[in-house]
Design a binder for this molecule. Structure first.
Ligand SMILES: [Zn+2]
Length: 196
Protein backbone atom coordinates (compact mmCIF):
# COMPACT_ATOMS: atom_id res chain seq x y z
CA UNK A 1 0.00 0.00 0.00
CA UNK A 2 1.31 3.43 -0.91
CA UNK A 3 2.23 5.73 1.95
CA UNK A 4 -0.31 8.43 2.67
CA UNK A 5 0.68 11.92 1.66
CA UNK A 6 0.23 14.60 4.31
CA UNK A 7 -2.96 15.79 2.60
CA UNK A 8 -4.40 12.31 2.53
CA UNK A 9 -3.52 11.75 6.16
CA UNK A 10 -5.44 14.88 7.11
CA UNK A 11 -8.39 13.74 5.01
CA UNK A 12 -8.38 10.34 6.74
CA UNK A 13 -8.45 12.10 10.10
CA UNK A 14 -11.38 14.28 9.06
CA UNK A 15 -13.39 11.33 7.70
CA UNK A 16 -12.65 9.40 10.90
CA UNK A 17 -13.88 12.26 13.06
CA UNK A 18 -17.07 12.64 11.00
CA UNK A 19 -17.80 8.91 11.22
CA UNK A 20 -17.23 8.93 14.97
CA UNK A 21 -19.53 11.89 15.35
CA UNK A 22 -22.34 10.38 13.31
CA UNK A 23 -22.11 7.21 15.41
CA UNK A 24 -22.51 9.30 18.53
CA UNK A 25 -25.49 11.06 16.99
CA UNK A 26 -27.30 7.77 16.40
CA UNK A 27 -29.92 7.43 19.02
CA UNK A 28 -31.54 4.48 20.78
CA UNK A 29 -34.79 4.81 22.69
CA UNK A 30 -36.23 2.56 25.39
CA UNK A 31 -40.00 2.77 25.86
CA UNK A 32 -41.19 1.53 29.26
CA UNK A 33 -44.87 0.75 28.79
CA UNK A 34 -47.42 1.14 31.62
CA UNK A 35 -45.33 -0.14 34.55
CA UNK A 36 -48.04 1.15 36.89
CA UNK A 37 -49.18 -0.24 40.22
CA UNK A 38 -52.63 -1.21 38.93
CA UNK A 39 -51.03 -3.52 36.34
CA UNK A 40 -48.47 -4.96 38.75
CA UNK A 41 -50.15 -5.54 42.12
CA UNK A 42 -53.29 -3.40 41.89
CA UNK A 43 -56.67 -3.77 40.17
CA UNK A 44 -55.29 -5.73 37.18
CA UNK A 45 -52.07 -7.06 38.71
CA UNK A 46 -50.62 -10.52 38.02
CA UNK A 47 -47.77 -12.49 39.51
CA UNK A 48 -46.12 -12.48 36.06
CA UNK A 49 -46.17 -8.68 36.07
CA UNK A 50 -44.65 -8.58 39.56
CA UNK A 51 -41.93 -10.95 38.38
CA UNK A 52 -40.66 -8.63 35.63
CA UNK A 53 -40.17 -5.50 37.77
CA UNK A 54 -36.53 -6.20 38.67
CA UNK A 55 -35.63 -7.06 35.05
CA UNK A 56 -37.23 -3.80 33.93
CA UNK A 57 -35.26 -1.87 36.55
CA UNK A 58 -31.98 -3.48 35.42
CA UNK A 59 -32.75 -2.80 31.75
CA UNK A 60 -33.44 0.88 32.42
CA UNK A 61 -30.28 1.22 34.52
CA UNK A 62 -28.04 -0.30 31.88
CA UNK A 63 -29.70 1.33 28.85
CA UNK A 64 -27.53 3.66 26.82
CA UNK A 65 -30.02 6.06 25.26
CA UNK A 66 -33.23 7.94 25.94
CA UNK A 67 -35.74 6.33 28.32
CA UNK A 68 -39.42 7.16 27.88
CA UNK A 69 -42.33 6.04 30.07
CA UNK A 70 -45.97 5.65 29.15
CA UNK A 71 -48.84 5.62 31.64
CA UNK A 72 -52.29 4.22 30.98
CA UNK A 73 -54.49 7.13 32.01
CA UNK A 74 -58.27 7.10 32.46
CA UNK A 75 -60.83 9.55 33.81
CA UNK A 76 -63.60 8.86 36.35
CA UNK A 77 -65.99 8.08 33.47
CA UNK A 78 -63.86 5.05 32.51
CA UNK A 79 -66.76 2.59 32.69
CA UNK A 80 -68.61 4.56 30.00
CA UNK A 81 -65.69 4.37 27.55
CA UNK A 82 -65.22 1.66 24.92
CA UNK A 83 -62.39 0.13 26.96
CA UNK A 84 -64.51 0.26 30.14
CA UNK A 85 -67.43 -1.50 28.45
CA UNK A 86 -65.12 -4.32 27.38
CA UNK A 87 -63.09 -4.40 30.59
CA UNK A 88 -65.32 -3.14 33.41
CA UNK A 89 -62.51 -2.94 36.00
CA UNK A 90 -61.59 0.55 37.19
CA UNK A 91 -57.84 1.03 36.78
CA UNK A 92 -55.25 3.75 36.22
CA UNK A 93 -57.64 6.57 37.06
CA UNK A 94 -55.51 9.72 36.79
CA UNK A 95 -54.11 10.82 40.14
CA UNK A 96 -54.94 7.60 42.03
CA UNK A 97 -52.28 5.43 43.65
CA UNK A 98 -52.84 2.64 41.12
CA UNK A 99 -52.08 5.04 38.27
CA UNK A 100 -48.59 5.76 39.63
CA UNK A 101 -45.52 3.95 38.35
CA UNK A 102 -44.20 1.16 40.54
CA UNK A 103 -42.06 2.59 43.35
CA UNK A 104 -38.86 0.99 42.02
CA UNK A 105 -39.39 2.71 38.67
CA UNK A 106 -40.51 6.00 40.14
CA UNK A 107 -37.11 6.12 41.89
CA UNK A 108 -35.29 5.75 38.56
CA UNK A 109 -37.24 8.46 36.80
CA UNK A 110 -35.42 11.74 36.23
CA UNK A 111 -36.82 15.07 35.10
CA UNK A 112 -35.12 14.56 31.75
CA UNK A 113 -37.18 11.44 31.04
CA UNK A 114 -40.39 11.96 29.12
CA UNK A 115 -43.70 10.50 30.23
CA UNK A 116 -46.60 10.03 27.84
CA UNK A 117 -50.00 9.69 29.50
CA UNK A 118 -52.20 7.84 27.06
CA UNK A 119 -55.97 7.37 27.14
CA UNK A 120 -55.88 4.14 25.14
CA UNK A 121 -53.55 1.27 24.20
CA UNK A 122 -51.41 2.83 21.48
CA UNK A 123 -49.95 6.29 21.98
CA UNK A 124 -50.11 8.50 18.89
CA UNK A 125 -48.16 11.29 20.62
CA UNK A 126 -45.30 8.86 21.34
CA UNK A 127 -45.17 7.70 17.71
CA UNK A 128 -45.14 11.32 16.54
CA UNK A 129 -42.40 12.24 19.02
CA UNK A 130 -40.24 9.34 17.83
CA UNK A 131 -40.89 10.21 14.20
CA UNK A 132 -39.52 13.70 14.84
CA UNK A 133 -36.22 12.41 16.29
CA UNK A 134 -33.20 12.69 14.04
CA UNK A 135 -30.73 9.82 13.84
CA UNK A 136 -33.02 7.34 15.56
CA UNK A 137 -31.63 3.86 15.08
CA UNK A 138 -33.62 1.53 17.29
CA UNK A 139 -36.66 1.56 19.59
CA UNK A 140 -36.88 -1.08 22.32
CA UNK A 141 -40.12 -1.69 24.18
CA UNK A 142 -40.59 -3.31 27.58
CA UNK A 143 -43.43 -3.38 30.11
CA UNK A 144 -47.10 -4.25 30.36
CA UNK A 145 -49.14 -5.83 29.00
CA UNK A 146 -47.42 -7.67 26.16
CA UNK A 147 -50.74 -8.57 24.54
CA UNK A 148 -52.39 -5.14 24.74
CA UNK A 149 -50.26 -2.03 25.12
CA UNK A 150 -46.81 -3.37 24.22
CA UNK A 151 -48.02 -4.91 20.95
CA UNK A 152 -50.20 -1.86 20.14
CA UNK A 153 -47.28 0.52 20.53
CA UNK A 154 -44.74 -1.73 18.81
CA UNK A 155 -46.94 -1.91 15.71
CA UNK A 156 -47.85 1.77 15.86
CA UNK A 157 -44.16 2.74 15.99
CA UNK A 158 -43.42 0.25 13.20
CA UNK A 159 -46.05 1.99 11.05
CA UNK A 160 -44.67 5.44 11.87
CA UNK A 161 -41.02 4.44 11.37
CA UNK A 162 -40.74 1.52 8.94
CA UNK A 163 -36.94 1.82 8.62
CA UNK A 164 -36.21 1.77 12.35
CA UNK A 165 -35.48 -1.49 14.14
CA UNK A 166 -38.16 -2.22 16.73
CA UNK A 167 -37.28 -4.61 19.55
CA UNK A 168 -39.18 -6.13 22.45
CA UNK A 169 -37.37 -7.73 25.39
CA UNK A 170 -39.34 -10.86 26.22
CA UNK A 171 -38.36 -11.23 29.87
CA UNK A 172 -39.21 -7.58 30.55
CA UNK A 173 -42.85 -8.04 29.46
CA UNK A 174 -45.88 -9.86 30.86
CA UNK A 175 -49.34 -10.43 29.43
CA UNK A 176 -52.84 -10.70 30.81
CA UNK A 177 -52.18 -14.47 30.80
CA UNK A 178 -48.95 -16.39 30.05
CA UNK A 179 -50.63 -17.77 26.92
CA UNK A 180 -51.70 -14.38 25.57
CA UNK A 181 -48.17 -13.08 26.32
CA UNK A 182 -46.76 -15.85 24.08
CA UNK A 183 -49.36 -15.25 21.38
CA UNK A 184 -48.51 -11.54 21.29
CA UNK A 185 -44.78 -12.25 20.98
CA UNK A 186 -45.52 -14.56 18.03
CA UNK A 187 -47.75 -11.94 16.38
CA UNK A 188 -45.08 -9.25 16.79
CA UNK A 189 -42.39 -11.57 15.42
CA UNK A 190 -44.51 -12.09 12.29
CA UNK A 191 -44.70 -8.31 11.92
CA UNK A 192 -40.88 -8.08 12.01
CA UNK A 193 -40.57 -6.81 15.52
CA UNK A 194 -37.36 -8.31 16.91
CA UNK A 195 -38.06 -10.34 20.05
CA UNK A 196 -34.94 -10.54 22.20
ZN1 LIG B 1 -56.61 0.99 30.56
Amino acid sequence: MALLTDDNAVLVQIVGAVLERSEQDMKDVLVVVDMQKDFINGALGTKEAEAIVDYVVETIKSFDGEVIFTRDTHAQNYLETQEGKNLPVLHCIKGTDGWQLDKKLECLKTDAMKIFDKPTFGCMALAEYLKAQEGLECVTLIGLCTDICVISNALLIKAALPEIEIRVIEKCCAGVTPQSHKNALEAMKMCQVKII
